[in-house]
Design a protein around this ligand. Structure first.
Ligand code: MG
Length: 375
């Protein structure tokens, strides 16, 4: 069954295409092909051992970057189908969006960014694009995965003007102040919906967020009151799960309905109209957006900066910093391909090779290498 695409969705026939020409596939669409390349990539497999919020060895039940990416993709696909957007494209973008994440989540990224301060910095979102454009090298004809323009556009969520100038086609919209296609806009929001809700679940599971605390959040308490009234005997663990699934349902429904309203008002006839619109068209209503933003702030305060997490954050930052210093001092500590690339480069270029190597590590690999260095 071929889904009917809205005129303002991304259509293969009007795509800006791949950087290197490839003959069309016999049985798959071009965005399906992108999705498959991403799933077969080394970077994708590594996501299973990369931190979402809790470091991998803190417990088997917590989300990792891999399960996070799958949850983002599920939400994105649901909304895409409801809005007649391109489902394989949204799936490809969502599965690839965190490929550039360092080990140890945001702690790792902050530390690597600090190490790279004099060499152009490090940003995980930009790194995701670098992974699919350059670092995955398994195809005979080109470096990277040679993905479609619209997939790459979706992976690059944000970008500084300086980096945008270096990125060419995919950076242009940041300089021209244009919008991304609807699938790219949607992937960005699906990411936020996924992590807000699953981090809440993980935080509760870890005992860092209590029921009383959670009830201060209107997005949570709205659903909590309904579930408690209907199932007064329900044990806490099931209660929380029931509340969270209803929260996601409510936010996603709001997102679909508000986006439909905005699309109707703007009446785009093509993806070009979407790109030229004054503002993004994929959006929650103002009221739900406020609640969702408040939940994000709440998690920032009570979960991401919780002292039990901060301790792990300090360790993670030190590991990344030590590894960076060691490889900068002696590139031969890295595997051959990175060692020879670093040896033939200098300054920022050399530092970038080191950053690429560290960013590709899983949590446990980084811990093991660090241990073997420091004893
Ligand atoms: Mg993400």
């Amino acid at each position: 069954m071929t889904a009917v695409l809205a005129p303002y969705a991304a259509h293969e026939s009007s795509s800006r295409g791949r950087r290197y020409y490839e003959a069309p596939s016999t049985y798959r669409g071009e965005y399906q092909r992108d999705r498959d390349r991403i799933i077969h990539s080394t970077g994708f497999r590594r996501l299973i051992y990369k931190t979402q919020v809790f470091v991998n060895h803190e417990g088997d039940m917590y989300r990792t970057r891999l399960t996070h990416s799958l949850e983002v993709s599920q939400i994105g696909r649901t909304v895409a189908v409801a809005l007649q957007l391109n489902e394989p494209l949204i799936e490809a973008i969502c599965l690839a969006h965190d490929l550039g994440h360092t080990p140890f989540g945001h702690a790792g990224q902050d530390s690597l960014n600090a190490c790279m301060r004099d060499y152009g910095g490090f940003e995980h979102n930009l790194q995701s694009l670098r992974v699919v454009d350059k670092l995955e090298s398994k195809y005979a004809d080109f470096a990277g995965l040679n993905l479609m323009f619209e997939t790459r556009e979706g992976i690059l969520k944000h970008c500084s003007a300086r980096n945008a100038r270096e990125l060419g086609d995919v950076g242009a919209r940041f300089l021209e102040k244009k919008q991304a296609g609807l699938e790219a806009q949607l992937a960005n929001i699906a990411d936020a919906i996924a992590y807000n809700h699953h981090d809440l679940d993980d935080g509760y599971r870890a005992g860092l967020l209590s029921l009383d605390l959670l009830r201060e959040q209107s997005l949570f308490s709205d659903q909590f009151d309904v579930v408690r009234a209907r199932y007064p005997e329900l044990e806490d663990r099931r209660l929380i799960y029931e509340v969270i699934r209803r929260m996601i349902g409510a936010v996603v429904s709001d997102l679909i309905e508000e986006t439909q309203r905005r699309i109707e008002a703007a009446a785009p006839a093509s993806i070009d109209d979407v790109r030229n619109a004054a503002a993004p068209l994929v959006s929650m209503s103002d009221a739900v957006y406020e609640q969702h933003a408040a939940l994000k702030k709440f998690l920032q305060k009570h979960l991401y900066s919780h002292e039990q997490k901060l301790e792990m954050t300090g360790i993670a930052k030190a590991i990344v910093k030590d590894l960076f210093a060691a490889y900068m001092a002696d590139e031969r500590l890295m595997p051959d391909e990175f060692a020879s690339a670093a040896a033939s480069a200098a300054g920022a270029e050399r530092a970038r090779v080191v950053a690429d190597y560290i960013a590709g590590m899983t949590d446990r690999y980084a811990i093991a290498v660090h241990e073997s260095m420091t004893g």
